[in-house]
Write a protein that binds this ligand. Structure first.
Ligand code: NI
Length: 136
């Protein structure tokens, strides 16, 4: 078993809030991420897949194929978008980093499996200081 990781980046806007709470309560719970006028983060995504080395290529997975999956299913949907308003797989979800990691996993698990590898971890940095890891 071997592991390989691809890094991608995207910028996206969001707001964490509960509509039934007033701005003060939202600020108390969600801090700056509750700003009513939105804000953005420079997200960094690490996707780790696992499997066996193909003796013909020496690869676990062709990174060009993995990059294509990540770009089509994740980066193009999120980059320069508002996660609360225009990202299909984040609909009806709080736009937290935790939910983002879960949503990304759901987007890419099957296409990666179709390439003969197994998705191992989706790691998302919202800031340099905070990241989430999801193992399915
Ligand atoms: Ni935020």
């Amino acid at each position: 078993m071997i592991f390989i990781t691809r890094r991608e980046t995207f910028n996206a806007a969001h707001r964490l809030f509960r509509p039934e709470w007033d701005d003060e309560k939202n600020l108390q719970v969600f801090g700056k991420c509750s700003n009513p006028n939105w804000h953005g983060h420079n997200y960094v995504l690490y996707v780790t897949v696992k499997g066996d080395v193909d003796p013909k290529t020496g690869f676990l997975i062709n990174l060009k194929d993995l990059s294509k999956i990540l770009n089509e299913n994740v980066v193009e949907k999120l980059d320069h978008k508002n996660m609360n308003l225009e990202v299909d797989f984040m609909e009806n979800r709080m736009s937290s980093t935790e939910n983002l990691a879960i949503g990304i996993w759901e987007q890419i698990e099957k296409p990666i499996r179709d390439l003969g590898a197994v998705l191992h971890c989706v790691k998302v940095y919202e800031t340099e200081k905070n990241y989430v890891e999801y193992f399915g």
